[in-house]
Ligand binder design. Structure first.
Ligand code: APR
Length: 177
């Protein structure tokens, strides 16, 4: 599904983000930048050790305390069919606190980094909707609103890559709404 607009096109696909041929793949990382499960595990497994080596360099330089929630930083994409991986740290969902500005920040900051790199196509997973426990429908609404409002620089296509049909439908509704 493609949205026609003067802004970057929003494209939805169902699948595995590590299969996507794009300029930049966004990783739902954690602040250690040293890997994990879900999308993070898949990206490091398929991308190979070059990504982890870059992450270790970041930890040894600018991000000694780790990457804060809502921020984003780029590394090589290693063996993935992309030029860069942009790592961002999604907030853990809390029923008693609205943390959606932090989730929106992940999308906005990732697009800012992508724009600085000159990326034209960027693939996003549904950040925070797995291990971080964010309800899918709300996560989709926050994601779509954030990318529509963000400055995207060179980015022409924003591709949400949804792992299953439920996630795909949630994003389809968010785009339509
Ligand atoms: N491609 C696309 N989407 C995927 C893939 C994949 N290969 N694997 C999982 N997903 C989906 C999940 O179904 C979920 O909807 O991505 C969404 C985000 O799930 P997680 O990867 O669990 O990310 P998140 O909820 O942001 O949790 C991040 O998990 O692995 C750790 O290090 C990571 O601590 C961090 C936390």
């Amino acid at each position: 599904m493609t949205e026609a607009a003067s802004r970057p096109a929003i494209v939805l696909v169902q699948g595995d983000i590590t299969d996507q041929s794009v300029d930049a793949i966004v990783n739902a990382a954690n602040s250690s930048l040293l890997g994990g499960g879900g999308v993070d595990g898949a990206i490091h497994r398929r991308g190979g050790p070059e990504i982890l080596a870059d992450c270790r360099r970041l930890r040894a330089s600018h991000y000694g305390k780790g990457l804060p929630t809502g921020h984003a930083v780029a590394t090589t994409a290693g063996r993935l069919p992309a030029r860069w991986v942009i790592h961002t740290v999604g907030p853990v969902w809390r029923p008693d606190e609205d943390r959606s500005p932090l989730l929106a920040s992940c999308y906005r900051e990732s697009l800012r980094v992508a724009g600085e790199l000159g990326a034209r196509t960027v693939a996003f997973p549904a950040i925070s909707t797995g291990i971080c426990g964010w309800p899918l429908d709300d996560g989709a609404r926050v994601a779509v609103r954030a990318v529509r409002e963000a400055a995207a620089g060179s980015v022409e296509e924003i591709r949400f890559v949804l792992f299953d049909e439920v996630a795909y439908r949630a994003f389809e509704e968010a785009v339509a709404g």
